[in-house]
Design a protein around this ligand. Structure first.
Ligand SMILES: NC(=O)c1ccc[n+]([C@@H]2O[C@H](COP(=O)([O-])OP(=O)(O)OC[C@H]3O[C@@H](n4cnc5c(N)ncnc54)[C@H](OP(=O)(O)O)[C@@H]3O)[C@@H](O)[C@H]2O)c1
Length: 337
């Protein structure tokens, strides 16, 4: 017995010929996949990967039609598992959501029980989606660097792509934890906002993408990078001996052209971040920390969080894929489109 209405609204991307038709339309409950937990989705968010999921050349969508949205948060309306009850506030992200299984841009969704994260007290569904996969990856990056020994007194930490979702949230978390954080941005007019988030200093994108020597001045005690391309080689050659960079993204490109010298002469480490496939127990534990000691400040409107409805997703996708992100987009799934 389902608690989901026979039809509801969703934003759908569907391959037609060589292109993708996308927009808000009616979607039938019978076309949702099976799953133990039914959710009335309140909020979702916009990630770089969501933009790719709506593009014919994006190499993300694995089914068509697809309801994209790698994140969702809302209230349980039906559950066939004992530890999740009707009325619980929950979130889900990653795994196959919005890729090979319908995702968050839908008024209702059905999700496997072992993908569900109960929301910690004090973290609303909207807050959770203002953080979303990007913020989760930022928290994962900070946790990984600290597990490897990074501490605030170790020296300055670099965050690249700082105006974006992963970068901006990493900056906020690190600054709150007492680190001296330097931000790299390609948007000079974002400097003031980044300083307000806690940046002690700003580097321009040009400073970190020009070719350099295989080993450069030892500068950073750690780094969070979601840009890749020419930026990651800069980070590797300027890390201090024994330092690490948490690498999660390729907003600037996927190719990595570097030498092994930072690894073999300075013992630096390249830590890979894969938020989509993190096992559920680890994921729930990290979200519990995001609600407390890894909680980024600035989750309201005007804090680099832009609220949109399902009907404004197209513009947000175009902007995020063009590198124009300024903070996070949180998507109001119910109510006005
Ligand atoms: N591994 C994982 O689990 C995981 C999870 C989440 C995201 N990601 C990946 O991480 C990346 C960032 O995601 P996001 O949601 O933070 O995206 P985003 O909000 O678009 O942020 C990316 C930022 O990178 C910078 N940037 C964009 N194009 C660039 C270019 N050509 N060269 C240099 N910098 C550029 C921009 O910041 P500035 O203008 O300030 O430089 C942009 O705001 C994406 O590749 C995404 O797929 C991976």
């Amino acid at each position: 017995m389902t608690a989901i209405p026979g039809a509801f609204r969703a934003y759908v991307a569907e391959k037609v010929g060589d292109g993708v038709e996308r927009g808000v339309r009616e979607f039938a409950e019978a076309d949702l996949p099976p799953g133990e937990v039914e959710i009335r989705v309140g909020w979702s968010s916009v990630n770089y990967k969501d933009g790719l999921a709506t593009r014919a050349d994006g190499k993300v969508a694995r089914i068509s039609p697809l309801i994209p949205g790698i994140d969702l948060a809302g209230v349980v309306v039906s559950s066939s598992t004992v530890d999740i009850a009707v009325g619980d506030q929950v979130l889900a992200h990653g795994y196959d959501l919005g890729v090979s299984r319908h995702g968050g841009y839908s008024e209702y969704q059905r999700v496997p029980a072992d993908w569900i994260v109960p929301l910690a007290p004090g973290l609303s569904p909207r807050d959770a989606m203002a953080i979303g996969t990007a913020g989760f990856t930022a928290a994962m990056s900070v946790a990984a660097l600290e597990e490897r020994g990074l501490q605030p007194d170790a020296g300055p930490v670099l965050v690249t792509g700082a105006s974006g979702g992963v970068g901006g949230t990493a900056l906020a978390i690190l600054a709150d934890r007492g680190y001296e954080v330097w931000a790299v941005t390609g948007k000079p007019d974002e400097a003031e906002r980044l300083r307000a988030l806690g940046a002690a200093g700003i580097l321009t994108r040009d400073e970190v993408t020009t070719e350099g020597r295989p080993l450069d001045t030892e500068r950073w005690a750690g780094a969070v990078d979601a840009v890749g391309a020419a930026t990651l080689p800069y980070v590797l050659r300027t890390l201090r001996p024994g330092a690490a960079v948490a690498s999660s993204g390729n907003a600037g490109g996927a190719k990595l052209d570097t030498t092994v010298l930072p690894f073999i002469l300075r013992g630096v480490a390249l830590l890979g971040m894969d938020s989509a496939n993190m096992p559920i127990e680890e994921r729930r534990a990290l979200w519990a920390r995001i609600a407390t000691d890894l909680r980024p400040k600035g989750l309201g409107s005007g804090d680099g969080v832009t609220e949109i409805g399902l009907g404004s997703l197209d513009g947000a996708f175009d902007a995020i894929l063009a590198g124009h992100a300024r903070g996070r987009w949180v998507v109001r799934v119910q109510g006005e489109v």
